[in-house]
Design a protein around this ligand. Sequence first.
Ligand SMILES: NC(=O)C1=CN([C@@H]2O[C@H](COP(=O)(O)OP(=O)(O)OC[C@H]3O[C@@H](n4cnc5c(N)ncnc54)[C@H](OP(=O)(O)O)[C@@H]3O)[C@@H](O)[C@H]2O)[C@@H](O)CC1
Ligand SMILES: [K+]
Length: 450
Amino acid sequence: MKSIESILFEDYQVEPAALMEVAGRSVAEQVVSLANPKTVGVVAGKGNNGGDALTCARFLLDRGINVKVFSLESSVRLTYLLDEGAVVCKDIKQLQDCDVLVDGLFGYGFRPPAGEAYATLINEMNALSLPVVSIDMPSGLPAEGMVEEPIVQAELTVFLGLPKVNAVTGLGLMRSGRFVLDGLGYGRFLESHAESLAYSIESTDAEKIMASGIAMPYHKREAGLVSVVAGSEHFPGAALLVVKTLLLMGAGLVYIKSDQHVEELVISEFPQVVRGDGPGAKVIGPGLEDVSLALSMAATDFPKVIDAGGLRSEVLEHAKNAVITPHEGEAARLLNTSVEEVRRNRYNAAKRLYERFGHVVLLKGPGTIIYDGQRWLVIPINEPRLATGGTGDVLSGLIGFFLSRGMTLADAAVSAAYLHAKCASEFSTGLNLNKFIERIAESWWAHYDR
Ligand SMILES: NC(=O)C1=CN([C@@H]2O[C@H](COP(=O)(O)OP(=O)(O)OC[C@H]3O[C@@H](n4cnc5c(N)ncnc54)[C@H](OP(=O)(O)O)[C@@H]3O)[C@@H](O)[C@H]2O)[C@@H](O)CC1
Ligand SMILES: [K+]
């Protein structure tokens, strides 16, 4: 199979230098709209990422913006800049007085580890504490594979052509900051020809998938049946959050199976809930301490989501037809490894969990990953508001709801993770979980009014 680049460059005779012009101009526009700078510092490495940076510098100079360049290599591009008044710096610290930094040290050609000299360079760039616009990827982040610090902390990253898989999840997503994608005029072509198995879910993809969960029920059974196995003496609220999510989303009938105290609490708050285990989708584990309950429910054929207290090897080995939703700590425990190891390669951790237990995996964290045995689907949202207690219970409720509407395990996980992250990012403060659930449900029900 020919590489996607050779198809572009050979078959369609696209000039790499022409792409660099489009890329350089695009980044320059982003720099101006981000910072409206008087002076820009440009860091250029030896490869084409550096070429993009020097091209960007030319567009900035041409707008009358002062440019200071730290370049690892001399080239005609650099000569032109110097002839036109750019200042060369031999030390990163000389860029301190700039308004913004353009990071063109490494792009997708970076191969870790950075080595001492480059690691120092990256640390020095970060120590300037300037807003950084990274070209294609924050330097130090490899496009694929193991992720290691140091990585440039960008405020904005301009993804060129396609988002690179490591830039949309975990540490890579955090270091990328906000991002924009410029397909350089070939975005659709690249997307349809890319061989990567990781796919970033855009809002249009998510809306399309979610639409399959819209029901016009004739009867409550058609609106979705869900049994919740959640809550315990220490975490009774988890059951309430799951049930509230299900009811507000529009589930037709909700059952609660837990200890007596939790069942009574849920029914006093939501009298329409039925005690015991019912038919239909299952939400197993939020706030659950009694593993035997999870064990007894996990082996049924009904589609189910297993979270928190249900995420035990003995439950998962036993379970059928499930999506499991670990955070990195739970993933590490299930894989018998460290959180750091999971974080270094989130894609691989999701895959290993699938191989170990055979369930669809939703790995939480910045840029949630869903792995269904064939492809990784990523929700490229880093939402700090979700790093709080109780949000996982809401997510489980959402997955259970979408499963009850007949979605596949992966589609239910994608729909839930997308809606969850999108609605969290609409808050201007931390999350009040009751309001969060209401916001999610309003967003969902708006589909019915279209
Ligand atoms: N092709 C396209 O469609 C388009 C591509 N475009 C741009 O090209 C970028 C990719 O460019 P690229 O392939 O030249 O690689 P790049 O990221 O600049 O880095 C390679 C340099 O880093 C070096 N190096 C690597 N690892 C290292 C390490 N650990 N420690 C030290 N050095 C290390 C490596 O050295 P070498 O290993 O060769 O000795 C080489 O010098 C891409 O991200 C985008 O910005 C756009 O212009 C438009 C369209
Ligand atoms: K870069």
